[in-house]
Design a protein around this ligand. Structure first.
Ligand SMILES: Cc1cc2nc3c(=O)[nH]c(=O)nc-3n(C[C@H](O)[C@H](O)[C@H](O)COP(=O)(O)OP(=O)(O)OC[C@H]3O[C@@H](n4cnc5c(N)ncnc54)[C@H](O)[C@@H]3O)c2cc1C
Length: 387
């Protein structure tokens, strides 16, 4: 769907109920839900439609359930995203396979490339009535005399800078959130450990659904995705991952799972092997007068949890529900209640100091922590009273 280029030549309106900064998993979902609830929503992103980003992209059950509920799943399937029917955990001595249980609108998991997932969410937001503009970098917030955020200022890549008034500004602008910084959001909690990751895309690698492997000092994963490729990642401490590259991923794969290493060696790598050098988890203050944060902007956990995207979709639903019900103050406590257990577990795994027994218990506990997100449905913004 063409969403943006023609819009560059049109003037922005001067005021919206909500301006969302960031048009990926968190921002596009929040905008879609708020637009469906009848609010006027503008989304600004400094990037471009369909651009890739640094992320593997395994969705967990809660994420897939929400995409099904929102009607976004068919677009992912139409893009050839393969269904994932089982998850296998490999440990030193053995492997445990779990089949995906049908229910909650989920018959399989999936791991769409970000070049597929993010545009599908943006398209759904636009279809729902949100206005999405790329090439606008938010550089300042307007604060009214009472200290309430009342709008944004954005630098345009193509035209004049803009000032837009908003009843609420939502920062969905990622871990280095400008909205968080400009609004003075306080860091409520910071994790201690930092894992680092290398990943790339291979064809010709056989997998049985998602496969994760854990051995002391290293972890690895195989994630089937679009175009017949498998996203292969390996993780360890930042010191061991260093600057990454093919040799590093090869060595870490061999350490985490010799079986993975042999299967990957039989395949063909496409493009570069990317490196994420690590960042400790955080929970930031989620909202204040006239502003709120969603997705990585407010809550970040080590990627070993493979849950940042699914949590961003969940928090979009929680935030949109709170906005529409005029109960923004409830959002932070609910986000934290759902986020903190997994954040703490991911922090322990990201230390890469566990032994074979402990990692089994940690992985089990992470799976249990994610289960809550499927069974308890938050208040749906589409069912809430309109403002
Ligand atoms: C190596 C790695 C592996 C990962 N693997 C997984 C995984 O397997 N599964 C999973 O669920 N999660 C994974 N994650 C986490 C996941 O990528 C994030 O949780 C997810 O990207 C969060 O989405 P978001 O919309 O909050 O932020 P982002 O995806 O970071 O999007 C933020 C958007 O804001 C825009 N923006 C930023 N600043 C401004 C500004 N000032 N003005 C306008 N626009 C702005 C950016 O252009 C961007 O489009 C991984 C992360 C990493 C780094």
């Amino acid at each position: 769907m063409a969403v943006n280029l023609p819009l560059y030549s049109r003037p922005l309106y001067s005021a919206y109920d909500v301006v969302v900064v960031g048009a990926r998993a968190a921002g596009a979902s929040t905008a879609m839900l708020l637009a469906r609830a009848g609010l006027s929503v503008l989304v600004l992103d400094r990037g471009r439609y369909g651009l890739d980003t640094l992320s593997t992209h395994a969705l967990m059950r809660g994420g897939v359930a929400r995409l099904a509920r929102w009607g976004v799943l068919p677009a992912l399937r139409a893009a050839g995203t393969p269904p994932i029917s089982s998850v296998t955990f490999h440990y030193e001595a053995d492997a445990v396979s779990v089949d995906v249980r049908p229910g909650d609108g989920v018959d399989a998991l999936c791991a769409p490339r970000r070049t597929v997932l993010d545009p599908a969410l943006v398209d759904a937001a636009v279809r729902s009535g949100a206005e999405v503009r790329y090439g606008f970098e938010v550089t300042a917030l307007d604060i009214d005399v009472e200290g309430r955020v009342a709008g944004v200022r954005a630098r345009s890549r193509r035209g004049p800078d803009v000032a837009v008034r908003a009843g609420l500004v939502i920062g969905a602008d990622g871990v280095r959130s400008a909205v968080a910084r400009l609004a003075g959001s306080v860091v409520r909690h910071r994790a201690r450990n930092t894992g680092a990751y290398v990943y790339g895309y291979w064809s010709g690698v056989t997998t049985r659904g998602y496969e994760w492997a854990y051995r002391p000092s290293a972890a690895a994963g195989l994630i089937p995705t679009n175009d017949g490729r498998v996203c292969v990642f390996a993780g360890s401490s930042p010191a061991r991952v260093g600057r990454g590259g093919r040799e590093v991923i090869g060595a870490l794969l061999a350490e985490a799972s010799p079986g993975f290493a042999a299967r990957v060696a039989a395949g063909t790598v496409h493009g570069v092997v990317r490196t994420f050098t690590g960042r400790p988890g955080h929970l930031r203050q989620a909202c204040g007068p006239g502003w709120a944060l969603v997705g990585d902007a407010g809550s970040w956990k080590d990627p070993i949890s493979s849950s940042g995207l699914s949590d961003a979709l969940r928090d979009a639903e929680l935030l949109a529900g709170a906005v529409v019900a005029d109960a923004l103050g409830d959002f932070e406590a609910e986000r934290d209640r759902r986020t903190r257990p997994l954040l703490d577990l991911a922090d322990r795994v990201a230390g890469y100091r566990w032994d074979a027994t402990e990692i089994r218990a940690l992985v089990r506990a992470m799976s249990d922590a994610m289960r809550d997100d499927v069974s308890e449905r938050p208040r749906s913004p589409e069912n809430a009273v309109r403002r």
